[in-house]
Structure formats: C-alpha cells, structure tokens
Design a protein around this ligand. Structure first.
Ligand code: ASP
Length: 436
C-alpha cells in the first residue's frame, strides 16, 4: 500500500482538497495520508503556518494572540463550510487560541495548521484521524526517536480503512509538541512510509517533480524522471526546494521509492527517487544542477603547510568552538580554503579569523565574500571522460571566472564556486552544455 503526503498548496482551497480526495479515492492502495497545513491560495497570500507563528509572536509581544487567530479561523471555517463538513471548527480554533494564550510554545502554535488540516481531510474522506503527537516521538535532547516512533507507526497497520495524519510535528517526553524544521511534513511522510513498510511514498505537491535546474534561472528546464537518494540529498541540500533535504533519512535501508507528483496535473508521472538508479536509463550524465548564493571563503597560505602536523585539525577546532559547520574544504600543498555559509559567519567573522591566526600563524589569510556555489550532480559523471572539460569550457565561453572547484570523493558531484554576479550565467552555461 501507499503513503501519500499532500503539501500546503494541495490543502489550500476547497477545490484543491476535492482534487486531493479524487486522487486518493482513485486508488485503494492510497491508505495512509499525511498533510501539510493550508498554504498560499494565490500570490501574496499567507500560509496558515506563518499565521500561526504570527499568533505566537503576538502573544509574546502583547500578552494575547489577536488578528492572526481571526484570519486562521476564517480560513478553516470557510474550508469546512465549502466542503460541507460537520466538524465544529470554531471550537477547535477556540482551543488553539487558549493554548497559545496559555504559555504553549511557538512549536505548538505552528503545529496546529497540520492538525486541523488532517481533521478536515479525514472527515472529507471518511478516514480515521490519527494525531502525530501519538506516534511521532522525540527524545529528551530534542532529537527524533526513530525506534519508538517506528513501533508506534507500525501499529497503524492494524487500523482498518484509511488514515490521515498531520505532518510536521510530534511529541517530546514531557508531552510538549515539537516540530521538525520548516517543510517537515515531507519528513513525517517518509517516517510513516518506513513504519508501515509502504510500497511507495507519494509526495504530492504543486509542480511536476524535480526540474534539472531552477526554473527561475533557466526557462522551462527539463523534468527529471528519475534520480537516486544520494543525488536528491546533494541537490536538495544545495537548494533544489521540492522536497525537505532530510526526507530520505527515515527511508534509508528500506528501499522504498519516493514519487514526486503534481496534485494539479495527476496524469504526469512526476519524478521517481530510488535508492539505486544503476539500471535506469538517463537522459544525460548530469542529473541536476543546483546552487546557492551567500558563501564566504577563508583561504590560508603557509609555506610547508603539507608537513605541519595538525594544521588542519587546529583550524577546524576553531570552527568547532564557534559552532560553525563548513560547506567545503578544497586544499593544496601549502593552501587550505574553507567555504562557509554567510549566515553562520555573520557577526563572528573577525573573531574566527583572529582565532585561526593565533592558532596556526599562516603566512596569509584571505577572505572572499559573495561566493555562489553550484553543484553539478550525477552518478554517471564518475565514468565519463570529459564531463569536467564540458563544464569548464561552457563557463569559459560564457566569461565566468571560476573561484573554486571541489569534486566530491564519490565523483557524483562537482562543486564550483563563482562570484554571485555570475551565478545565473554559470547555471545557464552548464545547463545548455548538457541539455539543449
Ligand atoms: N506547514 C509547515 C511549513 O510551512 C510544514 C510543511 O508544510 O511541511 O513549513
């Protein structure tokens, strides 16, 4: 049987929820449904989750939640009415308002969008509502408790008929609600798929799947029909936003495929994400190109660095002390560069540099801001002569200056650092070198 997760756009309007209903009802294998909170109905609209965070902020600031609660009430009451449901939404909203006003956390507030979304869909489908707080568990230290959760999710298999579960949150041992990071309903879907041993995890969203690259940079890029867990991880970490980057962890070792599908174009087969894609025909040796701006490189030079024992360790221990995780670390004989996202360096850059200087006494230390990283990803690249040549020829011909190159040891990706002003040009050049 199948686990289906429906995202915020799919749950945003009565029409989209009817569409969700028809998708589920068209296949009796679609038995476990995970939902997001209602998302944007139109450009400029606010997601219910953001309204809930705003309500928590109002309570923090003024002592009580105000206008945002009324907006949330309005959205859910309208949905329930237009779908012809009997659930007394007003009393749920009263309860949520009370919770927020009585010292519940922002996580509690944020989770209520998914909670109500699941209640509504369960009634519409005639499925059972199962609260995520009862089955998704965290440990005392706030990390996800995979073992306990898996046992609880397994028990869902005993339920007859379909089940709707809110995404995004679970419960701490002290009974408080905790959410995953934003977009975390994707992770919930994966956890459920693992626990019930689904034949497939369908992730229904508002696009036809993964595009080879960002459609705001390249017009109408090709759709990826298939990619591997590992490729997905690389691409989503680098900014391909269709699926939460942590969605594959619960599925590791299970072999369960993920299928990205479009609620608004259900006839499109979408993108299939498999643990192993070795037998699958591919359109190109490059599977995808993703990237993000906002990085800084710290470059150290020191004569005879290669013979100085502990040099790298000392530098990295400084980063560790400041709680900085780095992105890449290309090295030469007497040079070492560390690429770090700006957002983690903000406010502490000078202190970090001073500390590094003190620890390893480099001949020079240079900082380069405004670096954009681009990942060219594809399993096929490892065995294909000339891939790098093709990439760098394309960049050269477009007049893009390459500031950094790092090839992952798996040879599944080549990371290229360019100045932010060249980012779009670089992505376009690489895309058109492999896809016409
Ligand atoms: N509603 C949450 C968010 O907006 C979680 C999700 O949709 O997956 O981040």
């Amino acid at each position: 049987m199948k686990v289906c997760k429906f995202g915020g756009t799919s749950m945003a309007t009565p029409e989209s929820i009817r569409q969700v209903e028809s998708i589920i009802k068209s296949d009796p294998e679609r038995k476990y449904v995970v939902v997001s909170a209602p998302g944007k109905r139109f450009k400029g609209d606010t997601k219910v989750t953001d309204l809930l965070y705003a309500a928590a902020a109002e309570k923090e600031r003024y002592g009580v939640a105000g206008a945002s609660i009324e907006e949330i009430r309005d959205r859910f009451v309208t949905l329930a009415r237009d779908l012809g449901l009997e659930t007394d939404i007003d009393s749920y909203i009263d309860e949520i308002e009370e919770g927020i006003n009585n010292a519940q956390t922002a996580d509690y507030a944020a989770s209520r969008g998914e909670y109500l979304s699941a209640i509504i869909l369960a009634e519409k489908l005639g499925f059972k509502f199962v609260d995520a707080a009862e089955i998704i568990k965290f440990k005392f230290d706030g990390t996800f408790d995979a073992e306990t959760t898996n046992d609880l999710v397994k028990a869902l298999k005993d339920i007859e008929g379909g089940v709707v579960i809110p995404g995004f949150y679970g419960r701490m041992p002290d009974k408080s609600i905790k959410t995953f990071s934003r977009g975390g309903s994707d992770v919930t879907g994966a956890i459920i798929a693992r626990g019930v041993d689904a034949e497939i995890y369908e992730n229904w969203t508002d696009v036809n799947g993964f595009m080879v690259t960002d459609p705001t940079v390249v017009k109408n890029p090709r759709q990826m029909s298939v990619l591997s867990y590992e490729e997905l991880r690389e691409l989503s970490y680098m900014g391909a936003g269709v699926l939460h980057p942590e969605s594959i962890f619960p599925l590791k070792g299970s072999g369960i495929p993920i299928n990205i599908r479009n609620t608004f174009e259900p006839e499109n087969p979408g993108t299939l994400i498999l643990p192993d894609t070795s037998g699958c025909p591919r359109a190109s040796i490059v599977t995808g190109i993703a990237g993000r701006k906002g990085n800084t490189t710290i470059s150290l030079k020191k004569a005879m660095m290669n013979t100085e024992l502990g040099f790298g360790r000392k530098v990295l221990s400084v980063l560790e002390r400041y709680g900085i995780s780095f992105e890449h670390m290309p090295t030469g004989i007497d040079t070492m560069s560390i690429v770090i996202a700006d957002k983690v360096l903000n406010g502490i850059e000078q202190a970090v540099l001073d500390d590094i200087k003190g620890k390893v006494n480099p001949d020079s230390i240079e900082v380069l801001h405004n670096l954009a990283l681009i990942a060219v990803v594809g399993h096929g690249m490892a065995n294909q002569i000339g891939t790098a040549a093709k990439i760098f020829t394309a960049l050269f011909e477009s007049g893009v200056n390459v500031r950094m190159i790092d090839q992952g040891s798996s040879e599944m990706n080549i990371i290229i650092g360019v100045e932010e002003k060249d980012y779009e040009k670089a992505i376009q050049a690489i895309y058109y070198a492999f896809f016409d």
